[in-house]
Design a protein around this ligand. Structure first.
Ligand SMILES: *Cc1c(COP(=O)(O)O)cnc(C)c1O
Length: 366
């Protein structure tokens, strides 16, 4: 049996007719930039996230960077985030001129350890950026409590967590703003790049709309200088089709996860723990194994593709040498980076394939 890591072609096949008619609708309207499809999608996505406003952008990293800029964060400021995440979390902070200040993760959830945040706060700290990594919400209440006490903004990096819930509420608008990516392999993926910010703050949304569009309030009235970071109308039209399936797709991901959980429960590998405050959407299903590289090779020989998210924590990336961190600074992140393997989990995955993957791991690791 062959099990790919993701299968975007299978997903396309399941929405082909609707996607093709959505695309040709945009072509016939010829409203390619910030047309009605973008406005409609923003309305629908805000509603989906139980938020007031949504502002589409050209990527997840733009959503994060523009949110930080809109909150006035830049040169001389610090933003606290985690060592275990995708590079874009940290680099969105760096691109504003601010400095990412890293903290370690919780060993059970692999998300930011709220208990480590306070020690990282300095007079320059302006915000905290928790990441809902792998599709599981970070523990926001203690983070919001710390943020309120110190007067800091909280921006959710929800790029891997479309539809996830924290204590019953959708992630995204639980603090100042939440940012999502529509990179094709995310839980809600475009046919190219895209992103969005959701918020309940009308002023923030208004300013974000200007920030993504040349600092323009109305046509040719530019209040400040800004780039073009808009979400495409064609992508928005496709995302509207796919948004209607998102809950079902997330449910399918949870079904695959529950098969892995069940078969691997008594094995020697460590399965993900779901905190009682979370509804996980399994952007990734991460296991931990002692001989991770050998296991991946053996799985590959048996037709199972796996991934690594992420093999090198942010503080050990060559691009961040200048931050001055050393090996050993974030021991939990470093340990997990060396042990984890991401298993295939995608909505179109059959039960048979999930059973196959889990039983191969059981056979190989005992
Ligand atoms: C994908 C991702 C991003 C960046 O999204 P892009 O659309 O690729 O710019 C940021 N943060 C996290 C945690 C991500 O997984």
């Amino acid at each position: 049996m062959q099990v790919p890591f993701v299968d975007l072609r299978a997903q396309h096949a399941s929405v082909k007719d609707e996607v093709e008619s959505a695309i040709s609708g945009v072509m016939e309207q010829a409203a390619f930039i910030l047309g009605p499809e973008v406005a409609e999608f923003e309305k629908e996505y805000a509603e989906y996230c139980e938020a007031e406003y949504a502002v589409g952008t050209d990527s997840g990293i733009s959503a994060l960077e523009l949110t930080l800029r809109t909150l006035g964060i830049g040169e001389g400021d610090e933003v606290i985030t985690v060592a275990n995440t995708f590079i874009a979390t940290a680099s969105s902070i760096s691109f504003t001129g601010a400095r990412p200040v890293l903290v370690d993760i919780d060993p059970e959830t692999y998300n930011i350890d709220p208990a480590a945040i306070e020690a990282a706060i300095t007079p320059r700290t302006k915000a905290i950026m928790p990441v809902h990594l792998y599709g599981q919400p970070a523990d926001l209440d203690p983070i919001l409590e710390i943020a309120n006490r110190h007067g800091l903004a909280v921006i959710e990096d929800a790029c891997q967590a479309h539809g996830a819930r924290y204590k019953g509420k959708r992630v995204g608008a639980l603090a100042a703003a939440g940012c999502f990516s529509f990179f094709p392999a995310k839980n809600l993926g475009a046919y190219g790049d895209g992103g969005i910010v959701v918020t309940n703050d009308g002023e923030l949304a208004e300013k974000l709309r200007m920030f993504r569009n040349y600092g323009q309030r109305e046509k040719y009235n530019h209040i400040f200088l800004a780039f073009n970071r808009r979400l495409d109308s064609i992508q928005a039209a496709i995302l509207r089709v796919k948004l209607r399936r998102l809950d079902q797709w997330n449910e399918n991901r949870r079904r695959v996860a529950s098969i892995y959980d069940r078969i691997l429960a008594d094995s020697s590998v460590i399965c993900p723990k779901v905190a009682d405050y979370s509804e996980h959407v399994y952007h990734q299903y991460i296991i931990r194994a002692e001989n991770r590289d050998t296991l991946r090779e053996q799985l590959d020989k048996r037709g199972v593709a796996t991934g690594l998210h992420y093999p090198v924590p942010i503080h050990l990336q060559p691009a961040y040498e200048s931050l001055g961190y050393n090996e050993g600074d974030f021991p939990v992140s470093e340990k997990i980076a060396g042990e984890m393997v991401s298993l295939p989990v995608f909505p179109e995955m059959t039960e048979e394939r999930a059973n196959y993957v889990a039983s191969q791991i059981l056979e190989l690791t005992g």
